[in-house]
Design a protein around this ligand. Structure first.
Ligand code: ATP
Ligand code: ZN
Ligand code: MG
Length: 305
């Protein structure tokens, strides 16, 4: 099914007003109960599709700054990163900063790194955890992970949040195992989108690599078909929105974290990422603001009735 050109009934601002409450910053919202009920239903639906051998982890919204540096994030997407800073030092240092705040000055200039960043993707913390276990077994490894993610891309568009939830299935193993996993998930994702009666299409994609060198990396990624996206029309204006992505990292994480199989071959990895907030917004944009008026088949699939 390719119905991505189908028109949508609900205006963007109406959706935003209905699902969210502003929190004073673009792309950061309080979410209503009606919205969260769909988020929960969607998470459970994805869990019902979880591969049998997958091991689940739920990560906090922060991760180690050193781990993110080590995997080369600053070479690729420095513009998206949010770092956690705090006041360090003794009582006098902290008081000096508080005093600056009292005087209306920028007290945050006194803060220094807390060795933490806001996780920009759900799968990043899993590779060092996997590498702690020694050799990757012959059948490979499969994980189910999720995190609240942050990306510094403030926007008024309803599909581009700064803080959003990501769920992923991650596969670590031989290149052929990753290829089979990704292919199967592109099929499964298609079936999920169809069962939710969401119009969609697939496309090759690239990550938003930073700067001029980044443009080359992005072109390379498209040429090698390392990333596919499932796109759904979400906004009234402009192109469709990437709601799921299917990524092949080749040996990038294997090399960074020393992931090898028993024969000493470097392991490859891949992941399928579900943009939970984007999928939820897509459901409301497609089927309307009132969940009880959604098509019966969709409510049944989500077990919302
Ligand atoms: P885009 O091209 O739209 O910026 P992306 O390529 O950066 O998306 P990925 O890095 O593949 O997205 O992230 C995995 C999934 O997380 C995406 O498919 C999407 O559903 C979701 N996602 C990414 N960025 C955002 C965002 N700013 N707001 C909401 N969801 C997002
Ligand atoms: Zn991932
Ligand atoms: Mg992006």
């Amino acid at each position: 099914m390719d119905t991505a050109t189908q028109t949508k009934p609900v205006a963007d601002q109406t959706i935003l007003d209905h699902l969210f409450r502003p929190m004073g910053v673009d792309g950061v919202y309080a979410r209503t109960q009606a919205y969260e009920d769909v988020v929960d239903a969607l998470q459970r639906l994805i869990s019902r599709h979880r591969p049998d051998d997958a091991e689940a982890f739920r990560f906090p919204p922060v991760m180690s700054l050193r781990q993110l540096e080590k995997q080369g994030y600053l070479n690729s997407f420095p513009q998206l990163l949010g770092c956690i800073c705090a006041l360090h030092g003794g009582e006098a240092d902290v008081n000096a900063a508080v005093e600056r705040a009292r005087q209306g000055a920028d007290w945050t200039a006194e803060t220094t790194s807390a060795d933490l960043v806001l996780s920009p993707a759900a799968c990043y913390p899993i590779y060092p955890i996997a590498s702690e276990r020694g050799a990757v077994p012959e059948e490979g490894l499969t994980f189910d992970v999720a995190a609240d993610c942050f990306r510094h891309e403030p926007s008024k568009d309803l599909d581009r949040l700064q803080s959003f939830r990501m769920r992923e299935f991650v596969r670590i193993g031989a290149p052929a195992q990753i290829a089979i996993f990704r292919e199967a998930w592109m099929q499964r994702a298609q079936a999920i989108a169809e069962s939710l009666q969401l119009p969609y299409h697939f496309d090759r994609a690239s990550d938003p690599f930073f700067g001029r060198v980044g443009q080359l990396m992005a072109a390379n990624q498209i040429e090698q078909a390392l990333k596919f996206e499932l796109l759904i029309p979400v906004r009234a204006e402009g192109g469709p929105t990437a709601c799921m992505s299917f990524n092949y990292h080749r040996e990038h994480f294997g090399k960074t974290w020393g992931l090898f199989d028993e024969a000493g071959e470097l392991s490859h990895s891949g992941c399928v990422a579900f943009g939970i907030d984007r999928l939820t917004i897509a459901l409301f944009a497609t089927h309307g603001l009132h969940v009880d008026e959604w098509p019966r088949g969709v409510l049944e699939v989500l077990r919302l009735q």
